[in-house]
Write a protein that binds this ligand. Sequence first.
Ligand SMILES: NC(=O)c1ccc[n+]([C@@H]2O[C@H](COP(=O)([O-])OP(=O)(O)OC[C@H]3O[C@@H](n4cnc5c(N)ncnc54)[C@H](O)[C@@H]3O)[C@@H](O)[C@H]2O)c1
Ligand SMILES: N[C@H](C(=O)O)[C@H](O)COP(=O)(O)O
Length: 333
Amino acid sequence: MTIRPLALSAGDPAGVGGEIIAKAWRTLREAGPPFVVIGDAQLLASAGAGVKVQAVTRPREALDVFADALPVIDIPLLSPVVAGQPSPAYAPQVIRWIETGVGLALSGEVSGLVTAPIAKAPLYDAGFKFPGHTEFLAELTAAERFEGPRGPVMMLTAGDLRTTLATIHTPIAKVPGALTIEGIVNTALVTADALRRDFGVAAPRLAVAGLNPHAGEGGAIGREEIEIIGPAVQALRDRGVDAIGPSPADTLFHAEARARYDGVLCMYHDQALIPVKMLDFWGGVNVTLGLPIVRTSPDHGTGFDIAGRGLARPDSLIAAIQLAAQIAARRGG
Ligand SMILES: NC(=O)c1ccc[n+]([C@@H]2O[C@H](COP(=O)([O-])OP(=O)(O)OC[C@H]3O[C@@H](n4cnc5c(N)ncnc54)[C@H](O)[C@@H]3O)[C@@H](O)[C@H]2O)c1
Ligand SMILES: N[C@H](C(=O)O)[C@H](O)COP(=O)(O)O
């Protein structure tokens, strides 16, 4: 089987991306998985504190240089970068780096895409219309066939915990109104399919969290469990999905509870991400499910408060690279 590298989009140039990419390369250069960065080669060389950077034109060339130099498909920025100071001026290149990575994944030149962190606000200020990578990648891959329930679904995983989100970057005040039976059912179907396809779980068990304290206490503390989440769980069970819930969210994350499911479907962002990042902030990985390409990302952001100071840890990026390679291999990659 032909070995193909992963693509790694460089993320916000004012953040910790360049630093953690160089550190990840130092760790992985001998044993892999190999990757080719899509970014500004000169910026990566300066952020990399002495890492040798080699510009390449095609991903396959990265395989020949990876042990000795950080391979980069060079798409240069057009304005200088100040570490820790994001700017909408970088948005065109940040977006193009992601688009290029998706194109290489769709063409099969790379086995998957790992995305270094982007900051949303400067992209929004530049007119970026998507909440984040997750929805943008879904748009970029929408025309590509995909066998199975289609995402995008955001998964955050750390250790034995795999969480998926019924709502993602939705303001808390709007979460109750954004929950629908159909949306929860589709998120769960994508989750169960991905657990089989990408994580090798033969018979996925899904736990579904309630929204309200004590999962609504029989309706006394809210009715979303009775009117939306409970009927969604029943619809899933009627379709043969091993789903339980809605359960009180605060009973779902201790070790014994985690042993009873393979994935847990949460109703909103922090309900999923607080337990994942508490369990293992440095090893957590963001995975986009239900796409025709493999995509992972570190569980952290751009770290503007420490960017440029040599303090950023590459652990989560390394975990994201390794998980992307594992999923790609399981998909035949
Ligand atoms: N995968 C992604 O693209 C991703 C993930 C989360 C947040 N974000 C975005 O990043 C921006 C900043 O987000 P935030 O401040 O909420 O979270 P953040 O993860 O950037 O920072 C939170 C804290 O963790 C620290 N930190 C982050 N990464 C680190 C690393 N590798 N090593 C050591 N310390 C690290 C930071 O210094 C900061 O103190 C926002 O625009 C957010 O939307 C992107
Ligand atoms: N909530 C995500 C996380 O904490 O990892 C983060 O905002 C990234 O979202 P996208 O992958 O959609 O950019």
